[in-house]
Design a binder for this molecule. Structure first.
Ligand code: ATR
Length: 272
């Protein structure tokens, strides 16, 4: 069946990935002919494994830890967003060519836009905690939205400095992270802190204005200690689950030719 679309997420490990739930929900909801599975490939199996899957008719891929950088080198084309972020999280195989792109910045922005349509990214400074792969996508999205200043703080300062290529990004010490909160229009945690099994993110929010929006990209638990503390201060909070859901949309559109919606049923399926 030539119009049956085969897609997959590739990672190592992969069994906890929520992506099959999301994409298969949409395939069913929109009555499309396709499948989406989770495939475990170790780094040394990636190149051969990917080519074997393409030979078996797969045309859509998502990539997760630890492949997002390595897969770039295997692509024939890489879009601007993926180049700027330095990672590919999605590939579409078209006429035998691998087109790599990155939907994480879209996911970050659209999670906040869907939850808070009136929020203005350009109204003030954003404080970004962390300087890993997720932070790269968040910073890319913020710069695209015209955020006038990004204050970046990471435990390993040199990693934050390596991301501060734009004049609008200022790096501060990890120990100073609570002191600059008074300037925040937006506070985003991109570190793993607060995730189930990880230590909590320790940060004194006394200086954080109640007008600031607070977003955590951690979604397990949904209501992280950071979000609970921010809510107590009267801040608007946005959980991280929507970033996972929204980042899936442009990849689905690329493979299946239609932009899917994030609905309440899907949220429930993914959270449970
Ligand atoms: P991701 O792709 O999800 O961003 P990552 O690239 O491994 O994952 O980055 C993890 C981020 O969480 C980093 O900013 C890391 O800080 P370092 O650069 O100093 O390693 C941050 N992080 C992880 N554990 C932390 C901890 N215990 N305290 C402070 N920051 C931590």
């Amino acid at each position: 069946m030539s119009n049956f679309i085969k897609a997959a997420v590739i990672g190592h490990p992969i069994k906890h990935s929520k992506s099959p739930l999301i994409h298969n929900y949409w395939i069913k909801k929109y009555g499309l002919a396709g499948s989406y599975e989770a495939i475990d490939l170790a780094p040394d199996e990636l190149e051969q494994g990917l080519h074997d899957l393409i030979a078996r008719g797969f045309t859509g891929f998502n990539f997760t830890i630890p492949h997002k950088q390595a897969v770039m080198a295997l692509c024939d084309e890489v879009d601007r967003s993926a180049q700027d972020i330095g990672a590919v999280n999605s590939v579409h195989v078209c006429d035998g060519k691998l087109k790599g792109f990155n939907t994480d910045a879209f996911g970050f922005l659209h999670n906040i836009k869907a939850a808070c349509p009136d929020f203005r990214f350009n109204a003030g400074a954003a404080i970004v905690l962390g300087a890993g792969g997720a932070a790269r996508a968040v910073i890319h999205g913020l710069l695209e939205e015209g955020t006038p200043q990004i204050i970046l703080s990471n435990r390993t300062r040199t990693k934050a400095e390596a991301l501060a290529q734009d004049a609008r990004i200022k790096v501060i010490d990890w120990d100073a992270r609570a002191q600059i909160l008074g300037e925040a229009n937006l506070l985003v945690n991109t570190t793993a802190l607060g995730m189930d099994g990880q230590p909590a993110l320790e940060i004194d929010l006394s200086n954080l204005p109640s007008t600031a929006l607070v977003n955590d990209i951690v979604y397990a638990p949904l209501h992280t200690p950071l979000l609970r503390a921010a809510k107590k201060r009267g801040c608007t909070v946005v959980t991280g689950i929507g970033m996972l859901l929204h980042q899936a949309r442009p990849a689905f559109r690329e493979w299946f030719g239609m932009m899917p919606d994030v609905d309440e049923v899907l949220k429930g399926v993914v959270i449970s």
